[in-house]
Design a protein around this ligand. Structure first.
Ligand code: C5P
Length: 251
């Protein structure tokens, strides 16, 4: 199923790359070096906590200035006023997508939504705003320890519905959760899935992985893929192989 072009999309008529390469590097230089070899028409880029904390907003601006759609993965979770201000700052940086924790609650989610929508009203490019529900690293026993009842999937569905009700554009989820969320939440809610591994690649520390084609078939709109590209001997060839796998569909 092809969702409507996202609001944050750079060019509405351009083919939308479904791959988001996670630039998990400890400094700006290797991230920018890889970006120089990549094509904004073929992938988007993700900047997470490590790179942002080491290299700061400059690296985000440099990637956006190079024409890339940047997903700023800082998972904001704080009081509504603070999160809204952080979202406004991210929007001013020119990011394409950013995220918050759904566990911040409805008022925090709505404050984040209002901050990014204000950006659009001011004539800027509105970033897509998505929520993290339950971290995929948490199992049922971990959830119980922090006071949550029920299996992770039940909590994920409830928090994704809350994010949707609060006017967010989508959620981050495990690829194995995508089909159920797509069925519950409908077609116009973005599903962004890490934990994707090309056929034949090592899973590393990821659990519950699907291949890119399986994740897309399960309803994922965007696939976050890090090490299979960034640590490949030939990152461009690795990306091309994933594109080919996506074009062929699930085995
Ligand atoms: O290298 P790999 O493909 O495992 O990278 C996945 C990326 O997605 C990393 O940046 C990781 O922090 C992020 N991520 C994840 N699992 C989540 C949420 C984010 O792997 N549940």
């Amino acid at each position: 199923m092809e969702p409507a072009p996202p609001v944050g999309s750079r060019a509405v008529n351009a083919p939308a790359p479904h791959i988001i390469v996670a630039l998990d590097y400890p400094a700006a230089e290797p991230a920018l070096a890889l970006a120089r070899r990549l094509d904004p028409a073929r992938c988007r880029l993700k900047v997470g906590k490590e790179l942002f904390t080491r290299a700061g907003p400059g690296v985000v601006r440099a990637l956006a200035d190079a024409g890339f759609d940047v997903f700023l993965d800082l998972k904001y979770h704080d009081i509504p006023n603070t999160v809204a201000a952080a979202c406004a700052a991210a929007a001013e940086l020119g990011v394409w997508m950013l995220n918050v924790h759904a566990l911040g609650g409805r008022r925090m989610l709505e404050a984040a939504r209002d901050a990014v929508h204000a950006r659009a009203r001011a004539g800027g490019r509105r970033p897509l705003l998505i929520a993290v529900t339950i971290l995929t690293s948490l199992a049922e026993a971990d959830l119980r320890e922090v006071g949550f009842g029920g299996p992770p999937a039940e909590n994920v569905t409830r928090l994704a519905a809350l994010a949707r009700a609060a006017g967010l554009d989508g959620v981050v989820c495990a690829p194995t959760e995508a089909a159920a969320l797509r069925a519950t939440l409908g077609g116009d809610f973005l599903l962004v899935t890490p934990g994707v591994r090309p056929a034949g690649a090592g899973a590393g520390d990821q659990r519950r992985v699907l291949t890119p084609a399986q994740a897309r078939a399960a309803g994922a709109d965007y696939l976050v893929i890090g090490r299979p590209v960034t640590q490949a001997d030939d990152p461009l060839a690795a990306l091309a192989a994933i594109e080919e796998e996506l074009a062929e569909g699930p085995a």
